[in-house]
Design a protein around this ligand. Structure first.
Ligand code: MRU
Length: 376
């Protein structure tokens, strides 16, 4: 998408690969919305750390990062011994996979890269096939998001208010986004609508990233506290909910997404508000048979006990000044916290799943598995 900084507009992707330097280039998302910076990871271990430490986050974006990270790791290998090379690639795979457990996109992305590598007979051939497959995954991610936009835009009508949770925007993918794709497509079609962004504690991806994206694209929006959606729904101020997903079970239609998604789905059902989930094909897990089997990431308690931000000072002579990013302890100093990062929304609370192949009832995913990319 286009990014405008200090009056200059340029197209930008969340994740790219620099072949010359064998580096993965990432937007440093922890600094947004206060600072826009691109960083380069120089080896697969740095790439895994960037995923774990959430420099890059969002299922599609960490999927593409893992695909590039696998290619990067494969290209780091020196030598011609295929057996040693395979053992090295396995280490790269395991390191990247362990970075974050809930999203299935990194696994699907790296699986695709590994399958492509089988076609190579030498280390060198496999290295170049890995790079090409990672690029293909990234392009597919963009194409899938554009298709989601095409199918999902019809759900948004003039004058609507749409609620979204966390960030399932272009920052959570290579470009365009999943939950935001219908919004960007509806905007391009000239529709006028308003978006409520859940703040999404504890890391506030809605207040920081989704709000920044929508502001950049000129879409009318407001940030709401995570607890405000029920009240707004009760007053008829929310017409539609669209969220993303980190893992959607193809067999059951259950959806793992950022903590708090389930609560919003229950509220939407109570108020008869349509609740949609937007996903590219790489987010579908065709193996697991129940949402209770999805590994839910438990994160550090300091995310709940405090918050990151910048100190903003106003001075009549100097104007508004933004200080460095800092962590502020909010909670009672002697209390601990529990911090599950994701939850699972049952299929019966979901009106439809917006995919690149069309909009499906959650229970119909399995029936449409061939169209949705399931390979036996
Ligand atoms: O912890 P995060 O910021 O990686 O969580 C992101 C989300 O939960 C998104 O909603 C999700 O990845 C779906 S959109 C890719």
């Amino acid at each position: 998408m286009n990014v405008t900084l200090r009056g200059e507009t340029r197209p930008c992707r969340t994740v790219t690969f620099d072949t010359q330097r064998n580096a993965v280039l990432l937007i440093e998302q922890r600094l947004l919305p206060h600072e826009f910076k691109i960083i380069a990871t120089r080896n697969f271990r740095e790439t895994a750390s960037a995923i774990r430490d959430m420099i890059v986050r969002g299922a599609g974006a960490i999927g593409a990062t893992a695909a590039y990270g696998l290619a990067q790791g494969a290209r780091q290998f020196r030598g011609r011994d295929l057996e040693k090379f395979s053992a090295h690639v396995e280490t790269v795979y395991q390191t990247l996979q362990a970075a974050r457990p809930t999203a299935v996109d990194p696994v699907n992305a790296m699986q695709a890269v590994r399958e492509a590598m089988i076609g190579g007979e030498t280390v060198e051939e496999q290295q170049s096939l890995a790079q090409a497959a990672a690029e293909e995954f990234a392009s597919d991610d963009v194409r899938h998001c554009e298709e989601i936009g095409r199918h999902g835009a019809k759900l948004i009508r003039n004058g609507m208010s749409v609620l979204t949770h966390c960030n399932a925007g272009w920052l959570a993918f290579v470009d365009v986004g999943s939950a935001t794709a219908p919004m960007y497509a509806a905007q391009a079609a000239g529709k006028k609508f308003h978006v409520f962004c859940d703040e999404t504690r504890p890391r506030s991806q809605g207040a920081t990233l989704t709000a920044w994206e929508l502001a950049q694209q000129g879409i009318s929006h407001q940030i709401i506290a995570d607890n405000a959606a029920g009240h707004l729904m009760q007053r008829g101020e929310i017409d539609l909910v669209i969220v993303g997903s980190d893992r959607t079970l193809g067999r059951t239609g259950e959806v793992a997404n950022k903590i708090g998604t389930y609560t919003k789905a229950v509220l939407a059902k109570r108020h008869r508000i349509p609740f949609y989930v937007a996903i590219p094909l790489s987010t579908i897990d065709w193996n697991l048979k129940s949402g209770s089997q999805i590994p839910i990431e438990e994160r550090h308690e300091h995310e709940v006990l405090g918050a990151w931000g910048v100190v903003q000072t106003r001075n009549s002579k100097l104007g508004t000044r933004i200080g460095p990013r800092a962590y502020v302890r909010v909670a009672n100093p002697t209390s601990g916290a529990r911090n599950p990062g994701f939850d699972v929304t049952p299929a019966e609370l979901i009106t439809g799943i917006i995919t690149p192949a069309g909009i499906f009832k959650p229970a119909a995913l399995w029936r449409h598995r061939r169209e949705l990319g399931f390979v036996v």
